[in-house]
Design a protein. Structure first.
Lengths: 99, 442
């Protein structure tokens, strides 16, 4: 397993016991036209919850917004301002009680 | 303008700055509504782990006694991590009463109860979608369901502050201005923590540790990585986290969780967290831009407080105190605006004037260049000196049957040979300038 795969698994592990109040609607949206111009796609490796995954077979960025920790790093790091970053709806999203 | 106001002041965001602002308004017997997007207070928030008593006391007076903390912090360690261990300096003060560890959910929950007792009207579970602006003046907020109106709105909506960005008070940060932090909460027996960190069993002792250094294990080879590791003891948990510059993470294609996992295996850290069961993982941005990246702090009918305004001093790990006091000051300014029935930008410039008289803008100003200076020397801080300290202490403690004079001489000459001597000079200048900035600061 290379470092990136190891990290992906580590993140999945860490997310597995987090509590969320499911948001019925995506609060993170990408503008795929801009994303396809982006060569580095930093969102795909920066996100501490591994929310963004580039699938080159279908030329899409998969956004697993349900896992979002609401830190905002993806929006700041995106070189194309491609991410429409909103908060989850009222009462939705991550619930931290031990941080 | 005839507006039916629902309240005198609306505060958006119930973190320390928002709660402080609301309490400060309620103390002046004005109607204040505190709106929070999450279901539970503090449940979107994370920090290193310490809240400062002087700021809480300034806000709450005797009511501070009502707050149940986890552990008093009596020991501060500053350390450099290297490949095989660390160099650590510990300052211990068993009489210290300046900081306590407490989980944010517990801190905010208790502060909300106190705020309610002062008459603050708390509305959780409510996302503020936008501000209501009329004739260039903020006159209220809009939630998913309805509009609320007030002559003053205080934005305490955290580091991401979409509202102050929408109002063009603030531009979004650049990656260079952000530290991205990730943290794990590790559960251990209370007794195990006390034994491991040599603490009394009555929660009157606790440790805070800050580590520089990145030249170990899989992090070796990353020459430009500005990062800092932190560890705090709570009652029956340990918080271990790391923050790294977002631009460095991006350029090195590194994920903050990858770094955290490597740190957990470091020989000086692994034994401290051994057996800890991870009960939570969280991430947060820290605004490092400071004075230079500060948003416009006020406009017609609105003020910005806490993280939303970038009020932190990361060199000293201070944040909650800046949040509490900026909130308190904004609340006081709201009261004065109400008394004078003047909510103009001109009048609310009072907020900035008061901040300038407080430690908030004084410290922010004095430290305006320091993070940049340290950042420019991050290779020295995280790689060169941690390794040099290791070499030096190998001579001091190694008892390797080689002449000490010879070793010290070699060490000294290597300081100039290992690296371009100009780098040494640049370090000296950078650190001297940091010291001068503070010495001749406000």
């Amino acid at each position: 397993m290379n470092n990136k795969e190891k990290n992906k698994k580590s993140i999945q592990d860490k997310l597995s016991n987090l509590k969320y109040n499911a948001n019925s609607e995506a609060h993170l949206k990408v503008d795929i036209k801009k994303c396809l111009k982006c060569t580095s796609k930093p969102c795909t490796f920066i996100c501490p919850a591994g929310v963004y995954e580039y699938r080159d077979d279908i030329n899409e960025i998969l956004v697993q917004y349900e896992n979002c920790l609401e830190c905002g790093a993806c929006k700041v790091v995106c070189p194309y301002n491609s991410i429409d970053w909103q908060y989850p709806k009222s009462g939705c999203g991550i619930i931290l009680k031990n941080s | 303008m005839d507006i039916n106001y629902n309240a005198d002041v609306i505060v958006v965001g119930a973190g320390p700055s928002g709660i402080a602002a609301a309490i400060s308004v309620a103390k002046g017997a004005k109607k204040v509504v505190l709106i929070e997007r999450s279901q539970y207070p503090g449940s979107k928030n994370m920090y290193g782990g310490a809240v400062y008593t002087s700021a809480l006391r300034e806000l709450l007076g005797q009511d501070i006694e009502k707050i149940k903390f986890e552990r008093k912090i009596t020991s501060h360690t500053y350390a450099f991590l290297n490949e095989t261990g660390s160099f650590e300096l510990t300052y211990q003060n068993n009489e210290s009463n300046s900081a306590y560890t407490i989980k944010r959910f517990n801190l905010e929950s208790q502060l909300i109860e106190i705020a309610k007792s002062y008459g603050v009207y708390y509305i959780p579970n409510t996302l503020v979608k936008s501000l209501v602006v009329e004739n260039d003046r903020v006159i209220g907020i809009e939630t998913e369901l309805e509009k609320y109106y007030a002559p003053v709105t205080i934005l305490a909506d955290g580091v991401n502050s979409l509202l102050s960005q929408n109002l063009k008070l603030k531009q979004d940060y650049k990656p260079k201005d952000i530290i991205l932090s990730a943290k794990e909460t590790l559960k251990l027996d209370k007794q195990t923590i006390e034994k491991r960190f040599n603490l009394k069993d009555d929660l009157t002792q606790g440790v805070a540790k800050q580590y520089f250094g990145s030249d170990f294990k899989e992090l070796k080879g990353y020459k430009n990585l500005f990062m800092m590791t932190f560890l705090y003891t709570f009652k029956d948990t340990i918080m271990l986290g790391v923050g790294a510059n977002l631009d460095d993470l991006s350029k090195n294609k590194l994920n903050i969780n990858e770094i955290l996992d490597i740190i957990k295996t470091h020989p000086s850290i692994a034994p401290l967290i051994e057996g800890g069961e991870r009960i939570e993982y969280s991430a947060h941005m820290i605004p490092e831009g400071g004075y230079k990246k500060m948003p416009k702090l006020y406009s017609n009918g609105v003020m910005v407080v806490g993280d939303a305004a970038g009020f932190i001093n990361s060199v000293h790990f201070e944040g909650t105190n800046f949040a509490l006091i900026s909130g308190k000051i904004a609340g006081q300014c709201a009261l004065e605006a109400l008394a004078n029935n003047n909510f103009s930008s001109n009048f609310l410039s009072l907020y900035r004037k008061k901040l300038e008289k407080s430690f908030i803008l004084k410290d922010l100003y004095s430290y305006r260049n320091i993070i940049e200076r340290l950042y420019s020397r991050s290779n020295s801080l995280n790689i060169y000196y941690p390794n040099k300290i290791k070499e030096l202490f190998e001579i001091i403690t190694g008892a390797n049957c080689v002449s000490k004079s010879k070793q010290f001489r070699e060490f000294f000459f290597k300081l100039f040979k290992d690296r371009n001597p100009i780098e040494l000079f640049k370090d000296a200048i950078a650190f001297l300038r940091c010291a001068l900035d503070v010495f001749f600061g406000k």
